[in-house]
Ligand binder design. Structure first.
Ligand SMILES: NC(=O)c1ccc[n+]([C@@H]2O[C@H](COP(=O)([O-])OP(=O)(O)OC[C@H]3O[C@@H](n4cnc5c(N)ncnc54)[C@H](OP(=O)(O)O)[C@@H]3O)[C@@H](O)[C@H]2O)c1
Length: 256
C-alpha cells in the first residue's frame, strides 16, 4: 500500500537519486522540495547558493552554460549520490530585447548555451550510465512562449524550441534502453526569474502589464504547479510516457 506522507504526493521516490539544475529558487526549488518530500536523495545546482536551496538537498555551484560546468555537476552527482536515476534540466531564463535585430550575437549564443546546450552537454555525461543500467528518467523544462515566438524573446524561444526537438529525438533513441525522456512546458509562473523578465518586458512594451487577467484558469502559475507535473513524469505512474511535452499554463497559450 502507498503511504501518503504529505499533501502533494507519496514516498514514491525513496531510493531514487535525483539531480535538479537551477534549484536555488523558483520552479527548481519547488521540484527539489517535492522530491525531498517524496523520499528522493537530491543534488541541486545553481551558479551560487544565494537563493533558498531547500534544506536536505545537496548543492554544487556550477554554470550550466559551459562544458566545465556540466562536468562539475556530473562529477558531484557521482561522488555524492553515486549516480543519477532522475534528472530535471530546469536552469534557464531570458532577458527581453526591443526587437530581434537588437539582440547581440553573444546573447544568441548565451541563450543557446543556457536553454538548450546545457541539457545536451549534461545528458551526454549522464546517459551512458543510464544506458548501462537500462533505466533512467530525464525531464527538460521548456516554455509555453515557444509557439508564440514574441520578438523580444526570439533568442530564448528559438533555444527552447531546439530543446523540445532534441528532447523528442533523445526519447526515441533511448526508449529501447528503458530510459524515458519528456518535456514540461510552463506558462507564466510566479518566480523571481519570471517576475523580473515580465517587469523588463513591461518596460519595453506597456501592454504586457495586463496579461495576468487573461489566463483562462484565472491566475498565473505557482512553482508547485510545475513541480507536480515534473514529478508525475519522473514517477513510475508515467512509465508508458516518453517523448511527450506536458504543457502546464492554466490554458493560456495556443499549441499545436
Ligand atoms: N517563471 C516562468 O514564468 C517560466 C515560464 C516558462 C518557462 N520557464 C522556465 O522554467 C525554468 C525555471 O525558471 P524560473 O522562473 O524558476 O527561474 P528563476 O527564478 O530565475 O530560477 C532559475 C534557477 O536557475 C539557476 N540558473 C540560472 N542561470 C544559470 C546558469 N547559467 N547556470 C546554473 N544555474 C543557473 C538560478 O540560480 P543562479 O542565478 O544563482 O545561477 C536559479 O536557481 C527555466 O528553464 C525557465 O526558462 C519559466
Amino acid at each position: 500500500m502507498t503511504t501518503i506522507e504529505n499533501g502533494s504526493g507519496t514516498r514514491e521516490f525513496v531510493g531514487k537519486r535525483a539531480l535538479v539544475t537551477g534549484g536555488s529558487r523558483g520552479i527548481g526549488a519547488a521540484i527539489v522540495r517535492q522530491l525531498l518530500d517524496a523520499g528522493a536523495d537530491v543534488l541541486t545546482t545553481a551558479r551560487s547558493a544565494t537563493g533558498s536551496v531547500p534544506e536536505g538537498a545537496g548543492f554544487v555551484a556550477a554554470d550550466v552554460r559551459t562544458r566545465a560546468g556540466a562536468e562539475a555537476i556530473a562529477t558531484a552527482a557521482q561522488e555524492r549520490l553515486g549516480g543519477v536515476d532522475v534528472v530535471v534540466h530546469n536552469a534557464g531564463g531570458a532577458r527581453p530585447y526591443e526587437s530581434t535585430s537588437a539582440i547581440p550575437d553573444e546573447e544568441w549564443q548565451d541563450q543557446l548555451d543556457l536553454n538548450y546546450l546545457a541539457s545536451v552537454r549534461l545528458d551526454s555525461l549522464l546517459v551512458p550510465a543510464m544506458r548501462e543500467r537500462r533505466s533512467g528518467v530525464i525531464v527538460h523544462v521548456s516554455s509555453a512562449a515557444v509557439p508564440v515566438t514574441p520578438p523580444p524573446f526570439l533568442h530564448y524561444t528559438a533555444a527552447k524550441a531546439a530543446l523540445e526537438n532534441y528532447s523528442r529525438g533523445l526519447a526515441s533513441e533511448l526508449a529501447p534502453f528503458g530510459i524515458r525522456v519528456n518535456t514540461v512546458t510552463p506558462g507564466r509562473v510566479a518566480t523571481p526569474g519570471g517576475e523580473l523578465t515580465r517587469e523588463q518586458w513591461a518596460q519595453l512594451d506597456r501592454t504586457q502589464g495586463e496579461n495576468d487577467t487573461i489566463v483562462p484558469l484565472g491566475r498565473i502559475g505557482q512553482p508547485d504547479d510545475i513541480a507536480h507535473a515534473v514529478l508525475f513524469l519522473m514517477s513510475d505512474r508515467a512509465s508508458w510516457l516518453t517523448g511527450s511535452n506536458l504543457v502546464v499554463d492554466g490554458g493560456e497559450f495556443p499549441r499545436g
